[in-house]
Design a protein. Sequence first.
Length: 224
Amino acid sequence: MKAHEYEAHCTHNVYYPFADREEWELAKFLSNNLNLGQITRFLKLLWVRNTEMTGIYIRSPFVHFHGCPAKGTKWHCTTIHTEGYITTHPVHLIWHDALEVTQHIFGNPVFANDMEFDPYEIQVNGEREYSEWMSCPRAHDIQDQLPPGAIIVPIVLASDKTPVTHQTGRLEMHPIFLTTTNIRSDICMKATMHAWSCIAYMPIPQFVCHPDFCSCRPASGTGV
């Protein structure tokens, strides 16, 4: 991961520039649910000013929070050209840089206490059992090939067709979600933890079909 201006401080406090997890969670809640004006009015309440959580917030409302690395990663859009085939509408692939998304998930302090970095074995009554990905033989095989100090960051992808617009053309795409198995599976399966991030929306193109071949489409089972 690229170094940033808070790296030295984060060595001792992963929630820096916040004092602890409690302040970080409050900042995240305010940022996700209120606009800047509402946040400012909240911070001016007497109850907030009289609490012990005054450090970052009251001295300079959210200045440090907005100085942190930007939330999420940048979206990109690439137009896909299908040579020899005409589509009814332009085909656009909307995507994130998967490496940046992986770095964002891997460095999220929310998962700091729920991550695994080294392969291991589980033995119960003389028999080997498997739970997380790090307990499988493949994890040991890959780790043995890495230089000292390196760790495995296994990537998991998932996708399913879903409508992305309602009552505006019924646009459908295949969103692709990414996570890493360094995070325990029970945490990944909790929707509220947001351990999965969408890295792309794969379009479902519709092609212009010659009338003479339209009757062949149901029989072939294809969408072209």
